[in-house]
Design a protein around this ligand. Structure first.
Ligand code: GLN
Length: 292
C-alpha cells in the first residue's frame, strides 16, 4: 500500500509507528499492544509478524489496523478490540457485555482447585455467582478434566448478554459439566452445593473516580460496582447462603483490597467465619474462604 506521500508501509513500519504512537498516548506495553493488533488484522501469530517483516500491507488491512490503533490510543481495552483474552492459560471470548477476566481471579480459582484436590470426596457440586465470561467454572472444569473427580458446576449471571458469551466459551471449549442459569444471585437456584464461588462487583461509588478510564468508561458498570461500600453482593450472598450450601460447604470470594474486615463482620452476623485468606501479587487480601 502507498500513502499520500507514496510511502509503502511494510509490517515493520506499521509496527514501529504504532508502538511509538502508543507510547506517546501512555498505553502500557506499547510494543506488545501494537503486535497484538496487527497480528489480529493479519490473522497470524505475533511471531509470524517477524516473518512478514518487509511485506507491504494491503490497503484494506492498513485501514482496518488504523481504526483499531485509533480506538486503542483512546484507551479502549485491547481485549475488546481483539474479542479474546486468556485466563488460566485458556483462550476466552470477551465483549463489552462482560468484565475482562483479571489475573488476580486466578488466585480464587487456585484456592478452589486445591480445596477439591486435597479432599477425598469424589463428587462435587459448585455454584459460581456472576459468572461473566464463565472464566472461573471453565478453569475449574478444565483442571479436573482427566481426573477421577466428578464435578458439576452451575454458573449464574443476571445478564443475558453475559450468559450468551459464557455459552459461546463453553461450546468453543466443548465443556460438558457446566450449566448456565440466568439468575439474580440465588433467585433461580434450586439445589444445594459443596462450594459457592463468587467474584462479584465490589467497587464502591467512592472508588469510581480512582479507576482508570479504560475500566470505568468501557467495562460494564453492573459487573464493577456495588452499594454498601462495595459489600452489597457479599452481604446478599451471605444472608441466603445457608439455603444453598450443603453441610460443611465452603464459600470462596474474591474481594477488594480493603474489604476483609467488612466481610468478616457481615459473615459474623450471618453465622459464617473466614477460615482462610489468600493474598494477591501486591500483598493485598484478595480471596477469603468462609464456613459456618
Ligand atoms: N466471574 C467473572 C470474573 O471473575 C465476572 C465477574 C464480574 O462480572 N464481577 O471475571
Amino acid at each position: 500500500m502507498k500513502s499520500k506521500d507514496n510511502k509503502i508501509w511494510t509490517v515493520k513500519d506499521v509496527l514501529f509507528w504504532t508502538s511509538d504512537y502508543f507510547s506517546e498516548k501512555d498505553i502500557p506495553s506499547p510494543h506488545l499492544n501494537a503486535e497484538l493488533l496487527i497480528a489480529h488484522v493479519l490473522k497470524c501469530s505475533r511471531l509470524d509478524l517477524y516473518m512478514k517483516y518487509d511485506r507491504p500491507l494491503a490497503e484494506k488491512d492498513l485501514s482496518h489496523i488504523k481504526k483499531l490503533i485509533k480506538s486503542r490510543a483512546s484507551h479502549y481495552p485491547i481485549q475488546y478490540l481483539l474479542g479474546t483474552t486468556e485466563f488460566y492459560g485458556i483462550p476466552l471470548f470477551v465483549d463489552e457485555g462482560v468484565l475482562i477476566p483479571r489475573s488476580e481471579t486466578e488466585i480464587l480459582v487456585d484456592a478452589v482447585i486445591s480445596y477439591i484436590k486435597q479432599s477425598d470426596q469424589k463428587s462435587w457440586t459448585i455454584l459460581d455467582i456472576g459468572t461473566g465470561t464463565c472464566n472461573i467454572p471453565i478453569s475449574i472444569s478444565n483442571s479436573f478434566k482427566d481426573s477421577e473427580k466428578e464435578i458439576h458446576i452451575v454458573a449464574t449471571d443476571i445478564s443475558e448478554r453475559a450468559l450468551q458469551l459464557a455459552k459461546k466459551n463453553i461450546d468453543n471449549l466443548k465443556i460438558q459439566n457446566i450449566s448456565l442459569v440466568q439468575s439474580d444471585i440465588f433467585d433461580k437456584v434450586t439445589v444445594t452445593f459443596d462450594c459457592i464461588i463468587s467474584n462479584p462487583p465490589y467497587i464502591s461509588e467512592r472508588e469510581f473516580k480512582e479507576l482508570p478510564a479504560e475500566v470505568s468508561e468501557h467495562e460494564p458498570k453492573e459487573a464493577l460496582f456495588a452499594k454498601e461500600d462495595g459489600l452489597e453482593f457479599y452481604h446478599k450472598i451471605l444472608l441466603n447462603a445457608d439455603k444453598f450450601l450443603k453441610e460443611n460447604g465452603q464459600i470462596f470470594f474474591e474481594i477488594g483490597a480493603y474489604q476483609k474486615d467488612g466481610i468478616s463482620k457481615l459473615a459474623e452476623q450471618c453465622n459464617y467465619k473466614i477460615i482462610d485468606t489468600k493474598k494477591d501479587y501486591n500483598d493485598f487480601d484478595r480471596v477469603v474462604i468462609l464456613k459456618k
